[in-house]
Design a protein around this ligand. Structure first.
Ligand code: ADP
Ligand code: G6P
Length: 474
């Protein structure tokens, strides 16, 4: 694909699905990018086709459009300074903590905002260049909230959708942001703004009323002569891919090996996350290790496997988190393990999809305890992989996924005692109880998979705005 090729469908996301990694000998290769956005959008794009506009994950790379994983990719260049100010700075030190309940303190700096505006404009211009007349352009996530408005100004013929993968905060928090009005106006450049939950959509509508003076009626927001819709579309996983993976003999054999390698403990508990302070990794490991301290578990009863993908390693809060977790794991293993049998197996690395599927099959209890999460795909991946109706999911009330997954073992991750009890309950659940819960959870995940999510969003985006009727304030 060249830059002059025009596309009927364009996805615009901060990241491309592959990262350019250069090893010590200067050899460059491609690796799947981390995170839920990429996991969800890859299968959608593989099935629909179209162009994906995004950054390759390394600074100062000037690349022509190329293909990878069967996708047409349009790379955006970011300088080292832009990576620092737009990506590590405004996106991940300002917006990320603000949108996740300020679990870390957001940084508000004008230089970071200026870079955010500049880079958003670059993405808008690239999307405007590769989109055909009347095309659908689907902008993704918090890094690109100004793109819808900028793109509409450049190309009023386009149908523009926006989906926010992370939570949208309540008014009381959002109003801290010095550039709050510009962000709302940026999003209102879309025809449809999608959120993970109905609460997030309601937060957005309320803020548009208060800060932009918009009129709202149900899920419609009227700004001047345009109507924008705000709706919830809970994102999901590629169930077909996962079912295929767990059907492979080598994956099943690997699951058995993992159990063996861990010394055939009574229970295997598993956490799989990017190493992010929103994920509640410290809280879950603390609850688990206190069960040993209290004598409610002893070595051999249970092993915790925590896989932590390296993430945003140059952002200070992430460095501090890594030190904190690694100190904690060392201390807990020092206190409660026996020779050759650590109670916590901590792996700071990313895995292939096959290995992850094997881990899901090997795990008796999947532990997903974010302090706040837009959705959490790991929870849904575990459920999709348990066609045997075995295993238990411990899930934070503060993950978007909890709204659809009431039959999980729900926990408040701030309540360490509550979490200890729930971990034990999940470990002790009888096969009949595991079946009952798993059957209900699987029904929802299978019915509402990632194809259904993308379909519902895109159908809604293409639906003409009916609203010629007068819009009342609610
Ligand atoms: P987030 O988008 O915040 O990272 P999600 O749980 O929604 O959180 O999505 C994470 C995605 O990344 C999932 O598809 C999960 O399987 C994948 N993932 C997480 N940790 C790893 C890892 N160590 N190796 C490979 N993939 C991982
Ligand atoms: C979350 C965000 C994505 C982001 C991913 C990985 O899923 O919603 O937008 O791509 O985390 O984070 P990173 O900063 O490595 O892109």
């Amino acid at each position: 694909m060249s830059k002059s090729t025009k596309n009927e469908f364009v996805v615009v996301a901060n990241r491309l699905p592959v990262d350019r990694v250069v090893d010590e000998d200067g050899e460059a290769s491609w690796r799947r990018s981390p995170g839920g956005l990429v996991t969800a959008i890859v299968p959608v794009m593989q099935r629909r086709g179209g162009a994906w506009v995004g950054w390759v994950g390394a600074p100062d790379e000037d690349l022509e459009p190329f293909s990878a994983e069967g996708l047409d990719l349009v790379p955006i260049r970011l300088s080292a300074e832009e990576v620092e100010r737009y990506y590590e700075g405004f996106s991940n030190a300002t917006l990320w903590p603000l949108y996740h309940d300020v679990v870390a303190t957001p940084v508000y700096k004008r230089t970071l905002w200026d870079a955010y505006v500049r880079v958003n404009r670059r993405f808008a211009e690239a999307a405007a260049e590769v989109a055909a007349e009347g095309a659908i352009v689907w902008v993704q996530d918090y890094q690109l909230q100004l793109v819808p408005k900028m793109l509409r100004e450049l190309r009023p013929d386009l149908r523009i959708g926006f989906f926010l993968h992370i939570p949208f905060p309540p008014m009381e928090l959002f109003v801290q942001l010095p550039w709050r009005k510009q962000i709302l106006e940026g999003l209102l450049g879309a025809d449809l703004v999608g959120f993970q939950t109905a609460d997030a959509a309601a937060n957005f509508s309320r803020l548009c009323r208060r800060l932009v003076g918009a009129k709202t009626h149900r899920n419609e927001i009227r700004v001047e002569d345009r109507v924008v819709r705000a709706e919830a579309f809970p994102i999901s996983v590629d169930v077909k891919e996962l079912i295929d993976l767990i059907g492979r003999p080598e994956v099943r054999q690997r699951a058995a090996e993992i159990r063996e390698d861990l010394g055939n403990p009574g229970t295997i508990l598993l956490g799989v996350d990017r190493l992010d302070y929103t994920k509640g990794i410290r809280q879950r490991l603390q609850a688990f290790s206190e069960l040993f301290r209290d004598g409610r578990l002893k070595s051999g009863d249970a092993v915790f496997v925590q896989i932590a993908t390296p993430s945003r390693e140059r952002v200070e809060q992430y460095r501090l988190l890594r030190d904190d977790i690694e100190l904690f794991v060392g201390r807990a293993n020092g206190l409660y393990s026996e020779l050759g049998a650590p109670v916590i197996n901590y792996l700071h690395t990313s895995y292939t999809r096959d290995e992850l599927a094997a881990l899901f099959l090997a795990a008796d209890v999947m532990v997903v305890t974010p302090l706040r999460d837009g959705m959490n795909l790991v929870a849904k991946e575990y459920i999709a992989c348990r066609a045997d109706l075995r295993g238990s999911l411990v899930l934070s009330e503060f993950a978007g996924a909890a709204e659809e997954m009431k039959r999980a073992f729900l926990v408040n991750p701030y309540d360490i005692d509550g979490m200890k009890q729930t971990l034990l309950d999940a470990m002790k659940a009888s096969p009949a109880e595991q079946h009952r819960r798993m059957r209900a959870l699987r029904k929802r995940v299978i019915e509402y998979d990632v194809d259904r999510w993308a379909h519902d969003f895109l159908v809604s985006l293409e639906r003409p705005h009916a609203s010629e009727r007068p819009v009342e304030e609610v």
